[in-house]
Design a protein around this ligand. Sequence first.
Ligand code: DOR
Ligand code: ZN
Length: 375
Amino acid sequence: MVDCSVKLELPKWYDLHAHFRQGEIVAPLLKHHLRMGCAGVVAMPNTRPPVAKVFDSDDHPYESIERYLAALRPAGADEAFEVIVPLYLTRDTSARMIEQGVSSGLLRAAKYYPPHGTTGADQGWHLSGFMDNGVFRAMEEAGVLLCIHGEEHQMAAEQYFDRHTNAEAFFYRERMPRLLERFPRLKIVAEHLTTQVAVEFVHQAPDTVAASITPQHLIYTVGHLLQGLRYHLYCLPLPKFDEDRAALRQAVTATDNSKFFAGTDSAPHTEKVTSCGCAAGCYTGGIAPQLYAQAFEMAGSDLASEEGVDSFRRFLCLNGPRFYGLPIPKETFLLERAEQEITPLRLAGQEIVPLPVGMEGKGESPVSIPWRCLE
Ligand code: DOR
Ligand code: ZN
């Protein structure tokens, strides 16, 4: 029987992959993160224009890390709240940009997007470009972390989502081994894993490689997306099959897990459905630790037991900051096994539908989730 009175006190955690966009919406989004016990975030650079230069004084027509950080700070992210903005890698990124960025202290990570492969990825450049132009070498030398959206770009539809392969599986079979071979000291975060192939790759890779996993990929499969075309679950990489989800669940709940950690990929979309398709991204700001706790229980973890809490703590609070070299906060937050109702949100005058709203019935709300976060 499920013990309903479970209360967990955990160190504040870092969301090592989230989207905060630009403008008025930044402040309420950050507030949601603070409200769920977050001590810091990695704020993704796929803004418009992307955060693809370090300094404002650089002439390239991009947003800069310098300016984006300055926009995030007054919006609620104060000194105690750690914010890392990875540099969006484009064809204009150079080894010199990396070296100067590191010397200034502003550059700590960089992000590879498969060109045109996801929301805001149209300025990405092919992986081998960075392998040959000195960018990855400079990152390796300077200890700049590489965050990877691991999907092959521009695949034929027949292979993009096939029974035997898909954009992520192809990338982990074909591209990642070569990347590691060429740059054995480069620190790599394999982001938002969705396949058994990728999980196995990370397991066998050296300690220079770790991975983040989202709540939605632990809870759902592609069948949940397709049955009723529940488009609020549409995100990239796509949720995959039951055996893939089982591999993700096994990886995060293992009592000796030291490589897999939380990164929600929380991505607000104010226009989810467009005239020619659907915007990729699920919003889980404010409720991510709750959803992760739910996912652990779905995976068979007993969060009323010491062993269960231990593996949950490793995944949510310890592995990520250790890999990023961030301090484990002394401050704590509380998660309680008590139902919480979720409804659509109005942020800066626009509607955002958080998961799991839209995943049941006719999409009515509120829907309830089994865990609550106490401030
Ligand atoms: O589903 C996604 N949404 N995947 C990404 O890679 C980007 C993100 C977004 O920015 O909306
Ligand atoms: Zn993302």
